[in-house]
Design a protein around this ligand. Sequence first.
Ligand code: PEP
Ligand code: MG
Length: 560
Amino acid sequence: MEIRGTGIGQGVAVGPVVRMAAPLPEPVDRPSHLDPEREAERARASMSVVAAELADRGAKAGGAAQDVLEAQAMMAEDPSLIDEVTKLLATGKTAERAVYEAFAAYRDLLAGMGGYMGERAADLDDISQRVIAHLQKLPAPGVPNPGYPFVLVARDLAPADTAMLDLDQVLGLVTVDGGPTSHTAILAREKSIVAVVGATDAASLADGDIVVVDAANDLVIARPSDAQVADAEARIAERAAMEAAPVTPGALADGTPVPLLANLGSADAAAEAVRLGAEGVGLFRTEFLFLDANTAPSVREQQEHYTRLLTAFPGRKVVVRVLDAGADKPLSFLNDAPEDNPALGLRGIRALRHSEVILREQLTALAAADAATDAELWVMAPMVATVDETRYFTTLARELGIKVAGVMVETPSAALIADRILGACDFASIGTNDLTQYTMAADRLLGTVANLQDSWHPAVLRLIGEVGAAGAELGKPVGICGEAAADPLLAVVLVGLGATSLSMSPSALADVRASLARYTLGDAKAIAESALAADGAAEAKQAARRAAESAPTASGTTVS
Ligand code: PEP
Ligand code: MG
């Protein structure tokens, strides 16, 4: 039986299913005869124990897991939740029931918001269960430990559990709920766990069922045939050999270099990116440094962080994006006016132009960090739609000492006039996440239109081709820094369309490196042509797959 979901990464795993224990039952809503004040104390104490446990798990896990778990620890002790619990206790509820209701109300509020916030709703359920378990002196619900390697099947895994998965025991992970931007997915990607999320029909799997978890093909095969198991095992061995192979610079089979760069949101992640073979940084998202700030960061504070980043990449290219505030990443000091359609509003370069002092300070800090280090700093502006914005940014950047200034191509308008945009700057980097959102008119945070949020769509590919052609014509670099670059086969298509470098989350580098090495530039162009000629995203992917399989120089298995 084949169960469809969303694969995270390109891995494959085979093993027996062990399901996550069923959650604690809903506490019964019966009147309490206990003193509400003492019950409130008990509830507060349990909330604070759970917060401390989550923070402690975060400290042990480190990395992105730590950020996620610390955010959860804060939720567990959120003052408005404590107030709500206290209010419910005053109406005569038990501590367990009051915790359950207060967290459930907050969970429903987040779920109603949809998108990124909606995907945080599951976090609330997990915290609530932990607090109730503590109140009842029961063990916290969590990952089973059967004593042999297994495929974990869960409704949705809490970040606390994902972060602490024992990777020697957990061969793969399948969740019934959760989308590609859920915390489970984010952490699975970071820990390179073979995972398929949102696999609705996985609820029917039983303990002991053998499954193949095929993330590359968005698939779980229940009770596979011998041939399917053999195929999966061959792919597992092939991936292990690939991971053990020495890290080489990104290149096509004919030697055409395609530098493989890292997308980073903090200098802290630089060392791991270098270990995984990043040849530089293709996108440093500076707004991630300031998401919690109420005031613009100081020049000194910024300079210190950028210097740390550049120091990690001596002699290498580091592309830093100036603040991309707005829509899914609002910064209170840049986006203070409510908008009905923030994705179409004063965001990116538009917001910076509106608050030019902030842009000037950031460029000043970047130029100072560049002067103090040996990396090759390139700086780019987000959400550029016009030649005028391009000229505005490059003129200001050069005035403030930036040597290489470019723009992101994230709007259809920038792609359609890429020749003129590139005429006014040093390089372009295509943000396929936003370019797809704006081309398909589909909010990238909205699950209901997620099927349209597919960079394989020929409309998106055609726009990318426009930018690639303009770059070739003018001899200017065209990088890709959206998620599309992390898809091994799409990466080949992007190079065929004219991309000169690819930037991605570091965990995707090995797969993309191996995929590029299978095809020549001629193959890549032919594969891209076949995708461009398709009617839709799924057809484009299929056509590319077929063209890749028959590419004359392809060696080894074709990636999906
Ligand atoms: C993009 O839009 O593709 C991109 C890389 O920028 P972000 O995802 O940060 O908006
Ligand atoms: Mg973007």
